[in-house]
Write a protein that binds this ligand. Structure first.
Ligand code: SF4
Ligand code: SF4
Length: 183
């Protein structure tokens, strides 16, 4: 089994596109959706590089894993980590988890599992590192994960700059044509 939770990206495109503030970053650096103020626009659904947020059919509002925001606010671990009898899902300080996971990968590789690797733990990756990362035993695609995820809003600033330049050029062209007709 694999847990397809929200990755709680450091650079979260869903946050960038949400027009209502329904999605927000918490004091725990997680990303939470507030279904009660979601307008159902669906922008976040197409912005998420992992496909982990979706709209509920019955009312169109967006839902996803919140890493049990209510529980961690009460000092508890998320329900999935609490319920897992084998500790396959672990919760804790991100840096400490990275170190623990790296040791586990090394143990597996020493035991001959050469394909063992971490996914989403690297702060230098395309989403600035994930808050929920994974130890995989095969290529990410085998688990339905994108091999090289990037924050989908990464190119928006340059796109707006180019659009702005094009608008200025068009305006300049329009003024030149107008001036030409007047002369
Ligand atoms: S995995 Fe998707 S829904 Fe979760 S924080 Fe990243 S972009 Fe947002
Ligand atoms: S569907 Fe809801 S949570 Fe998603 S971008 Fe629109 S308002 Fe925000």
């Amino acid at each position: 089994m694999s847990s397809d939770v929200c990755k709680h990206c450091t650079s979260a495109a869903c946050l960038d596109v949400c027009p209502t503030g329904s999605l927000f970053r918490t004091e725990f650096d997680t990303v939470v959706v507030q279904e009660d103020i979601c307008n159902g626009c669906g922008y976040c659904v197409s912005a998420c590089p992992y496909g982990v947020i979706d709209r509920r059919e019955v009312d169109g509002r967006a839902w996803k894993c919140t890493l049990c925001y209510d529980r961690i606010g009460d000092g508890l671990e998320p329900a999935c980590a609490k319920a897992c009898p084998t500790d396959s899902i672990q919760f804790g300080d991100l840096d400490e988890l990275r170190e623990r996971a790296q040791r586990r990968v090394e143990d597996l590789q020493d035991a001959g599992v050469s394909s063992a690797r971490l996914y989403g733990e690297d702060p230098e990756d395309g989403v600035g590192g994930a808050g929920a990362f994974f130890l995989l035993l095969d290529e990410p695609e085998v688990y339905g994960l994108p091999p090289d995820p990037v924050v989908t809003t990464r190119d928006l600033p340059s796109m707006w700059r180019h659009a702005g330049s094009a608008a200025v050029v068009l305006l300049a062209g329009g003024l030149a044509a107008f001036a030409g007709r007047r002369s």
